[in-house]
Ligand binder design. Structure first.
Ligand SMILES: Nc1ncnc2c1ncn2[C@@H]1O[C@H](COP(=O)(O)OP(=O)(O)OP(=O)(O)O)[C@@H](O)[C@H]1O
Length: 224
């Protein structure tokens, strides 16, 4: 469960989020809003990448300010640009990195990596060089690298921007299958049709929150 209590956030001295109070318990939650409305800032509060200027953010009861390390282990964060999170030259090395950090044996790491890649339609990609992959393939590798760590919460910042239609479908199917709760930021509104809840931001505030169809409709009117 995600809890925000009276949260405001300043970045470089500018208020970018104002008085956010909400509880999120649903399995699949979409975050929408115009450019600059505060979606990414909100997402970065959820894994402690940004800390609130005022108020508190808790994930599964862990305060991001007091227990940042625990929160980061629970929250997998997929950036819009996979190059922001891929560190190692080969796919297998990159996926194994987080597992090794958790003290897993070499053979178990290898087995988990192979399984995680196969689940994302990337079977046989282990020894591929990341810089030689397409943007969409890199995005799927980045997603596999997060899911292999089995996070309780998955936060995705516009994850489909680099993906073609089949890979977008694959990603959405993955979100359906994973046990992690999902918070996804997107401008691709139809992707949220089957979500449980959608939250709309405008000027750093939550301006609509509820059923996807209603909130998307509200946002379309707001942007008309
Ligand atoms: N490091 C920063 N310093 C100052 N202002 C920032 C910083 N990062 C973001 N902002 C501002 O905060 C506001 C919210 O930005 P944010 O990236 O959260 O919006 P967004 O809804 O994710 O936008 P987009 O849809 O374009 O990705 C914007 O006005 C932006 O210019």
């Amino acid at each position: 469960m995600i809890e925000l209590d009276d949260v405001s956030l300043d970045r470089s001295g500018r208020r970018v989020l104002t008085d956010l109070t909400c509880r999120i318990e649903e399995r699949r939650v979409g975050i929408i809003g115009a450019n600059g409305s505060g979606k990414s800032s909100f997402a970065r509060l959820l894994n402690g990448l940004l800390l609130p200027t005022q108020g508190a953010v808790r994930v599964n009861s862990f305060d991001t300010r007091q227990e940042g390390k625990t929160v980061r282990r629970q929250v997998g964060f997929l950036f819009q640009n996979p190059d922001n999170q891929i560190v190692y030259p080969t796919v297998a090395e990159d996926l194994a990195f987080g597992l090794k950090n958790r003290g897993m044996s070499k053979s178990e790491c290898a087995a988990r990596v192979t399984k995680a890649l196969a689940e994302r339609g990337l079977a046989g990609f282990e020894e591929r060089l990341i810089h030689e992959l397409s943007g969409g393939e890199r995005q799927l590798v980045a997603l596999a690298g997060i899911l292999v760590l089995e996070p309780a919460l998955l936060v995705l910042d516009e994850p489909t921007t680099l993906l073609d239609l089949p890979n977008t479908r694959r990603l959405m199917q993955a979100l359906d299958e994973v046990s992690a709760k999902v918070v996804m930021l997107t401008h691709d509104l139809p992707l949220l049709d089957s979500f449980d809840r959608v939250v709309c931001f405008a000027d750093g505030r939550i301006v609509a929150d509820g059923e996807p169809a209603e909130v998307v409709n509200f946002y379309r009117q707001l942007s008309a």
